[in-house]
Design a protein around this ligand. Structure first.
Ligand code: SAH
Ligand code: SF4
Ligand code: F3S
Length: 479
């Protein structure tokens, strides 16, 4: 039996014990290598994509730190891992760009280890390309087996060579693996994985698999542990949080989950991402209205304002239904900040369709909107649609939309001028020495004089001057 076969034979079958066993295997190997080099080994995790990927990266970092690696910048790290995104072509191209640079670095430093994981790895064409032209990448795995990172890393450290392990799907949710948070005072918390909506342009359901909700008791336990560790703000994460709990053995609605989270002592702010308009219930609006902890911010992706395009996108709401919903939310919770995502240039989009999008933007008056040029994703129904919009037409529409969105976001931001807000001090301001940056409940940022010792504190700040999309302010009191 080879050394690694013996190690494998002794591994416990149950999770997460199995992964903790492999973390120890990695630890021994890292120590050995560290002793040989006379210095600690270092790692760097680079994340692309959404909040869910960011949370996954914290889990990767947690495992690497327990295995004895120390954090470092990408330029010097001994182990580099890219957690990739493939929602738009751009995200994909960035990864290949980085890999091009790493190829040279690895020639100079053969000890450098490179790993790739995340959504892009779930695409068979990507794996073919990596196998053929990127042989220097040591470890490649996907979204479904990320919980096995320690095991895969152990195999890579023990056996070398290129290891590729991609699963087609999973129904497993492994709890209680180590996590290394980026911020001490706030954290994302996964409440569900995957997506069942199959919006016709979107690759996420193919690369993240079917929707699975975590059990409420596991979510609540994690949040209690985070609160005990000093976390006061949490963001509940899922591709469509409004359909949380539907597939659980004992179904529980998202609003009911929020109420349970609200009861946890120590948690002062609750955020969540993302809400699909089709599943946003009155019960949720009521829960938000009644809550003292749920932040005054709702991200409600529109995608398009044209009912015809929304149908082709498989979004399952009309322009009128969306407007009614947004109106109801603004009426019920007047101080709420509404943000959105919009795609321009979906196949078949006419000038008239686009004018519908502008019309919705005008009526809703978003506090902020993320605008995207439609990107064709192989394997999605929209990729096969006729009438792809010419790039110059899309670009023109994109510029017009962006101008409107920015004008409105400025006006919306300005409406809080002169008010006093509770702000969570998040980080030192990079641009202005002696200043901190804090976030209000409605997700707006404010910069104010303060020193690093206040990071993580809730402060009362007067918003003195609106600078377009953010504020300059002064601290009145700390709470
Ligand atoms: N689950 C979230 C969105 C996740 S993807 C939701 O349904 O709202 C984040 C955003 O990327 C989407 O809201 C959409 O606006 C954008 N997006 C997704 N696929 C895209 C594509 N093929 N081209 C351009 N933008 C896309
Ligand atoms: Fe993609 Fe639609 Fe699922 Fe969001 S809800 S992840 S846009 S398929
Ligand atoms: Fe990208 Fe995957 Fe998130 S494709 S947007 S990282 S779910």
């Amino acid at each position: 039996m080879s050394n690694y076969a013996e190690i494998q034979a002794l591994a416990p079958a149950a999770e997460p014990e199995r992964q903790y066993y492999f973390i120890e295997v990695c630890r021994r190997k890292v120590q050995e290598e560290s002793r040989r080099l006379g210095r600690p080994l270092t790692f760097c995790v680079t994340t692309f994509g959404c909040q869910m990927n960011a949370r996954d990266s914290e889990k990767l970092a947690g495992i690497l730190e327990q295995a004895g690696y120390q954090p470092a910048e990408a330029e010097t790290a001994d182990f580099i891992i890219y957690n990739t995104c493939t929602v738009r072509e751009n995200a994909n191209l960035k990864v290949y760009g980085h890999l091009g640079l790493l190829k040279h670095r690895k020639k100079e430093r053969p000890g450098l280890r490179i790993a790739l994981c995340g959504c892009m790895m779930q695409e068979p064409e990507v794996i073919e390309k990596l196998k053929k032209s990127y042989r220097f990448v040591d470890l490649i795995f996907g979204t479904h087996n990320i919980f096995k990172f320690a095991e895969l890393l152990a195999e890579s450290l023990e056996c070398g060579g290129q290891i590729i392990d991609i699963w087609k799907g999973t129904d497993q949710i492994v709890e209680d693996l180590p996590v290394e948070r980026k911020y001490s005072f706030k954290s994302g918390v996964n409440i569900m994985f995957g997506c069942n909506n199959f919006c016709s342009y979107c690759i996420v359901p193919y690369v993240r698999g079917r929707e699975r909700s975590r059990r409420p008791e596991d979510i609540l336990k994690e949040i209690r542990t985070l609160a005990a560790d000093g976390v006061t703000e949490i963001m509940l994460l899922g591709q469509n949080v409004n359909s949380y709990g539907k597939t659980l053995e004992e179904p529980l609605s998202f609003a009911e989950l929020l109420k349970k989270v609200e009861e946890i002592e120590g948690i002062r702010r609750i955020r969540f991402m993302t809400s699909h308009p089709k599943d946003l219930s009155d019960e949720l609006i009521e829960a938000m209205k009644a809550s003292k902890k749920i932040c005054r911010h709702l991200h409600l992706p529109l995608q398009s304002g044209s009912t015809r395009i929304l149908k082709a996108m498989n979004r399952r709401y009309t322009k009128e239904q969306y407007l009614e919903l947004a109106g109801k939310i603004r009426r019920e919770i007047p101080d709420i900040s509404l943000t959105t995502d919009i795609i321009v240039g979906f196949p078949g989009e006419t000038e008239e369709d686009f004018l519908d999008t502008l019309d919705v933007v005008r009526q809703v008056r978003y506090d902020n909107a993320y605008t995207f040029i439609y990107s064709k994703r192989t394997g999605t129904p929209a990729a096969a649609m006729e009438d792809q919009v010419p790039p110059e037409v899309t670009k023109d529409r994109f510029d017009r939309l962006l101008a409107l969105v920015q004008e409105q976001a400025k006006e919306q931001t300005a409406r809080f001028a002169g008010t006093v807000q509770e702000v969570l001090a998040e980080e030192v301001n990079d641009h202005k020495p002696g200043y901190l940056t804090g976030r209000m409940s409605n997700n707006l940022l404010v910069h104010f004089p303060g020193d690093a010792s206040r990071i993580g504190e809730y402060l009362t700040v007067r918003l003195e001057e609106c600078k377009g999309f953010y504020y300059m302010g002064t601290v009145i009191t700390s709470s």
